[in-house]
Design a protein around this ligand. Structure first.
Ligand SMILES: C[S@@+](CC[C@H](N)C(=O)[O-])C[C@H]1O[C@@H](n2cnc3c(N)ncnc32)[C@H](O)[C@@H]1O
Length: 259
């Protein structure tokens, strides 16, 4: 599963259905008319999940995705940047950083660094759809456990954000990193529950390919067997998180920056 527009558009309706509506509404309320910075924006699907009229700075390292996101998000500022370099994050004027289906690609050091950068400026973080390690297919098939284990091993490879990715461990690390900096952290479950269809079929193909790359000899056969049996349904576990500076920290920031 790469990051091409066709895959992101295919998954967008499932993402929209999965994101926790309460956390999304709370993120939008915190943002108000402030500036949001979407990290790894892809086609800009997360900006479209917020109420219209918000101000966005969209960041991605893929120029084709970034120009599509800009075209689909009127008024947005588009910044091509590699997020590996946290020091260069374009945080000026930002009230809320956001990320959807991104942060399981990050290493522990990168997540800690992100928390430190945002906390230094009192910026909130809304992180949706961080993969939590649950990957269940129905009906069961021979090879499910072996393929799942190999897929999870693949999740731990270096995905370009600071070293070996945390994968399913990212959500816990995120929450801990922001709590340690005095943030109020709220979390919610946001799984995909997919019936048979094109997204489940693409998921099966992507899982089989990743598991094969991770050395699972039976992965391709598993993918073919699932496709031949009509794909079936799937649950993919995710977690959403909203981390906001504690009210006391907010008033300190206000009084420090006031004349
Ligand atoms: C799974 S997609 C999610 C896209 C979008 N947030 C969404 O929910 O549809 C991950 C996105 O992060 C971007 N990305 C991955 N690594 C990146 C990096 N090192 N720097 C900038 N963008 C990156 C990819 O190009 C892709 O658009």
């Amino acid at each position: 599963m790469g990051f091409d527009a066709a895959w992101l558009d295919l998954r967008a309706p499932a993402d929209a259905a999965a994101r926790d509506p309460g956390l999304l509404a709370a993120a939008a309320a915190w943002l108000g008319d402030g500036l949001a910075l979407d990290l790894g924006c892809g086609t800009g699907a997360l900006a479209r999940a917020f109420p219209a009229g918000r101000r966005w700075r969209l960041v991605d390292n893929d120029p084709a995705l970034l120009s599509l996101a800009a075209a689909r998000t009127p008024g947005a500022e588009a910044v091509r940047a590699d997020l590996a370099g946290l020091a260069g994050l374009p945080l000026g004027g930002v009230r809320l950083a956001t990320a959807s289906a991104l942060l399981d690609l990050a290493s522990a050091a990168w997540i800690d660094g992100l928390a430190a950068r945002l906390a230094a400026s009192g910026i909130g973080l809304y992180a949706a759809l961080t993969f939590d390690g649950r990957l269940d297919f129905a009906p069961p098939l021979a090879g499910d456990a072996e393929v799942r284990a190999a897929f999870l091993a693949h999740q731990g490879r270096d995905k370009g954000l600071g070293g070996p990715a945390l994968g399913p461990g990212a959500a816990d690390r995120l929450a801990a990193a922001f709590r340690a900096r005095g943030y109020v952290v709220r979390e919610a479950d946001s799984p995909w529950r997919l019936g048979p269809g094109p997204l489940a079929a693409a998921l099966v193909a992507g899982v089989a390919a990743a598991a094969g790359e991770a050395g699972c000899a039976g992965a391709a056969g598993w993918g073919r067997a699932r496709a031949a049996s009509g794909v079936g349904s799937a649950l993919v576990g995710h977690r959403d998180m909203l981390a906001l500076p504690a009210p006391s920290a907010q008033s300190k920031t206000t009084s420090v920056s006031s004349p």
